[in-house]
Design a protein around this ligand. Structure first.
Ligand code: CP
Length: 311
């Protein structure tokens, strides 16, 4: 059984296969009837132990556009509150003849753990501070669409690198595709050891990073994961690391602005920057459906001539 647990497990050729497949599905999504019967005989459960808007709806839409039967599970309101374990929860769902699992969990490694106990494909929809592979795929797919390729492009990832699974998956994905990556943010959120281990450039100077990059992927401060205050206030963070239109207009180039959402407007990104024509934030969301259709299709086992190496 193949899973999509993280970008770290993938080869560049796997990512390119996902993109080529997503190109086809993006064409399907432009048609009046946005559906194909590819996974008509497949039942997929979306198991969310952590809140989500984009990822959950995007996966559900992707599954329905592929013709799959879809079941949604949220930990809140379930028997998890009575003490049922993760493995028992998922095995009970699988006993009802479910073929694939999409899972988000606040614990790092939860889908990896689960993959050792069940024998259907698992797609990681975000695990703690580890990885969010489909977000990184849709981000890179959106850069490729906007700039023609990812190879050789300069991407700055801005903000809370330490707590962001989006940052980690993006770094793996962008480097595999030949982009140059710089991380920028306060030193408290970018430990040197982390940047060194990941093989990316580090700067604590936002303007320097923006003057350098083609694309800035701006991250939310993960307040729910912060163990200590990063600045005296979010206002102070915003003054030093917030991006607004005035700052973008003062640069010597036009930088493409990305954000995985949800945006804390006025903190990491002002509304005039988020909603500017430099922003491709809603294109990222649109592309998420096609990219997730591709990932689901390629992992479903219904593609006799295509394989991906996810473990
Ligand atoms: N980008 C992202 O993961 O958003 P959600 O938390 O709303 O799914």
């Amino acid at each position: 059984v193949k899973h999509l647990l993280g970008i770290r497990d993938l080869q560049r050729s796997d990512i390119e296969t996902i993109f080529q497949t997503a190109d086809s599905f993006k064409d399907v999504l432009q048609r009046p009837i946005k559906k194909v019967p590819t996974l008509r005989d497949t039942t997929i459960v979306n198991v969310f132990f952590e809140n989500s808007t984009r990822t959950r709806i995007s996966f559900e839409l992707a599954e329905k556009r592929l013709g799959a039967d879809v079941v949604n599970f949220s930990a809140s309101g379930s028997s998890v509150s009575k003490g049922e374990t993760l493995i028992d929860t998922v095995n009970n769902i699988l006993a009802m003849k479910v073929d694939m699992v999409v899972m988000r969990h606040s614990a790092t490694g939860a889908p990896h753990f689960l993959s050792k106990h069940i024998d259907v494909p698992i797609l990681n929809a975000g695990d703690g501070i580890n990885e969010h592979p489909t977000q990184a795929l849709l981000d890179a797919f959106s850069i490729r669409e906007k700039l023609g390729s990812v190879e050789g492009k300069k991407v700055a990832i801005v903000g809370d690198i330490m707590h962001s699974r989006v940052a980690l998956s993006n770094i793996y994905c962008l480097k595999k595709l030949g982009a140059e990556v710089t991380v920028v943010g306060p030193p408290t959120l970018i430990p040197k050891y982390l940047a060194n281990a990941l093989g990316v450039n580090v700067t604590y100077n936002l303007r320097e990073a923006l003057e350098w990059c083609d694309v800035a992927n701006v991250l939310r401060i993960q307040l729910e994961r912060l163990k200590m205050p990063l600045f005296s206030s979010l206002r102070e963070y915003s003054l030093v690391y917030g991006i607004n239109k005035q700052l973008l207009d003062s640069l010597h180039k036009e930088v493409v602005i990305m954000h995985p959402g949800p945006i804390n407007r006025g903190v990491e990104l002002s509304s005039d920057a988020a909603d500017s024509k430099q922003s491709i934030i809603l294109q990222q969301v649109e592309n998420g459906v096609a990219v997730r259709m591709a990932a689901l299709y390629l992992l479903s086992g219904k593609t006799p001539n295509i394989t991906v190496t996810g473990n």
